[in-house]
Design a protein around this ligand. Sequence first.
Ligand code: NCD
Length: 317
Amino acid sequence: MNIAASSSFVLNRRHLLGIEGLSHEEIVGLLDLSEEFVTLNRQIEKKRTSLRGRTQINLFFEASTRTQSSFELAGKRLGADVMNMAVASSAMKKGETLIDTAMTLNAMHPDILVMRHHASGAVELLSQKVDGSVINAGDGAHEHPTQALLDALTIRRNKGRIEGLVVAICGDIIHSRVARSNIILLNALGARVRVVAPSTLLPAGIERMGVEVIRDMREGLADADIVMMLRLQRERMNGSFVPSVQEYFAYFGLDAKKLAYAKKDALVMHPGPMNRGVEIDSSVADGAQSLIREQVEMGVAVRMAVLEALSRNLPNA
Ligand code: NCD
């Protein structure tokens, strides 16, 4: 890795709304810059000053543990003033629209707004209304770009490459912004992506995204280098998508027996939050092939890289 080159990497855009539209160079530039922050984050002194004087507001309209806390830590480690908007007790509860809330916050001159929202497209709408940089922390079933970047970083560190790897993304594909962002990113870096799910959890026309579609775990996991499991996103389901949780686990839940269909050195990933006994068994989630905790570590580094690379492009940077 060329430290000097990645150290000066700038994302020449104001917002990060998705992986779609990012070039190969931009993706690799962000991953290389993230590596520097992995090293920094393992030191006792983790503080940088590159965002000193900048204000970052985190606006989360949906529940989050990993994403919100890692964006908060990332901003603080880079020296920004970070504010978490308490959405549940905000004026939106009094009927204010998203745009009015955004304009109110914009009047406080935030440099960076990090937003998660249940509606696909809401983050892009915000980006058209405010003066600072907007980062998508997950919008509906659309995109979750920093999750795909942290997944790619985790894979690259453990496998040494992404190109040519067989990645099986399994479970609730239809409701998953994590799946969408990962499919776009992994394809851009030359992986062979498969989606593995029952028909009810596959969006129509998914093969047009350049993935192989498989409806059976045995076939879907055969020769896989990476097995990425997804949660059943029940909060996004209207109606019933699986007959029962028990049946779903029997056919599509990842346990040691099903993992044995994959390559011997296959690695297991999950963006969290996990539902043990639904899409994944504890023996696998906590087993030697699991990268799930490392994904969380990489999440802080990736968010630092995104904040840093975007802030280098802010006015007066
Ligand atoms: C995911 C999300 O919110 O999209 N979680 C995350 O960010 N780590 C996946 C999920 O909610 O299942």
